[in-house]
Design a protein around this ligand. Structure first.
Ligand code: SF4
Ligand code: SF4
Length: 316
């Protein structure tokens, strides 16, 4: 599989990145053993890049996968921490939980914030930069759904990596449309930032146009890799064929793609509204004292599920 450099970092990643969100408890809730087996299979078949986050709760799956593997693996993780102390805890947690002496890429997890994120979370950002200076982190960056943050991050010299949302429908993009995001990506690329993309399939909305949806993002100049969530060996096999530019037997496309996942809100919902404020895509609202989801807007990012105090939100 093709490998591309991420900006000026010297880090080379495969064009397909194993997105670890869906195997974790926020989505498919696959056991550590099964998740590790799938990650290890992906690594053995040539993928060298795994994307996770503290909130995804998939460090155990990745750690177990790496126990049986000696080749280089690039791990990107992220934290919602807002202060220096909280970010320091996140870094220590990642190192310990993943059993690593360093983290390749550490991002500010910042789905729905204003471009002043670097000022608002100055302590957390400083902490990432300090740990980079110590050699504990190789590259620092930010994940985002917002066009304004991609533009702002392109101007911040300490930012090495940007992980934006981009898909051909423009779903989930905050503060602009698909053309605006592509322009912002282009500006960031010109500023020599490394970029890899999330949600090329728009949270499953493009599952029936898989190849076109991936090719759309693969063809955007500046995008080095696409993080793609996978929960089965069939999905892995299919994605490998696409990213290795191999011919795909028709049967594999029609038989092996699972029906799209969906978000469910149970009757335990007490209507507190926390999830509504958390959703980066305005897909949630309150009706008659209960949360309701607009499936046309939901990109299955999973951000709402962990904030619910009643454990009422599941993506299945
Ligand atoms: S956070 Fe949970 S309890 Fe609160 S409105 Fe959302 S689903 Fe309901
Ligand atoms: S409803 Fe939840 S899963 Fe869907 S887009 Fe909003 S935060 Fe993400």
């Amino acid at each position: 599989m093709k490998k591309y450099s991420l900006g000026k970092t010297g880090i080379k990643v495969t064009e397909l990145c194993f997105g670890a969100l869906p195997i974790g408890p926020l989505q498919a809730n696959i056991s550590v053993e099964k998740g590790a087996k799938l990650i290890l299979a992906a690594l053995k078949k040539g993928i060298n890049f795994v994307d996770t986050a503290e909130v995804y709760q998939t460090y155990p799956h990745i750690r177990k996968a790496l126990e049986g593997y000696n080749e280089e693996v690039i791990i990107a993780t992220k934290s919602n921490a807002e202060t220096y102390e909280k970010m320091e805890q996140s870094i220590k947690n990642a190192l310990e939980s993943l059993n690593r002496t360093y983290i390749d890429i550490f991002l500010l997890h910042a789905a729905r914030v204003t471009p002043s994120v670097f000022e608002e979370r100055a302590g957390a950002f400083q902490c990432l930069n300090d740990y980079k200076a110590k050699g504990t982190i190789r590259a620092v960056g930010i994940s985002t759904h917002a066009v304004g943050i991609v533009k702002r991050a392109a101007e911040v010299k300490e930012i090495d990596i940007i992980f934006p949302i981009i898909n051909k429908l423009g779903m989930g993009i905050v503060g602009g449309n698909v053309e605006d995001m592509i322009k912002a990506i282009s500006e960031a690329h010109k500023a020599e930032k490394g970029l890899y993309a999330m949600k090329a399939l728009a949270g499953g909305h493009l599952i029936n146009q898989l190849e076109e949806a991936f090719h759309f993002v693969r063809n955007i100049k500046g995008i080095s890799s696409l993080a793609v969530g996978m929960v089965s060996s069939e999905e892995l096999e299919l994605n490998l064929k696409i990213f290795n530019d191999e011919e795909i037997p028709k049967g594999l496309l029609t038989q092996k793609i699972k029906p799209s996942k969906r978000l469910f809100i149970s009757t335990f919902c007490k209507g507190c509204g926390t999830c509504v404020k958390t959703c980066p895509n305005n897909a949630l609202s309150l009706e008659n004292g209960k949360a309701v989801v607009d499936h046309k807007l939901c990109i299955l990012c999973g951000y709402c599920s962990p904030v619910c105090p009643e454990f009422a939100i599941r993506i299945i």
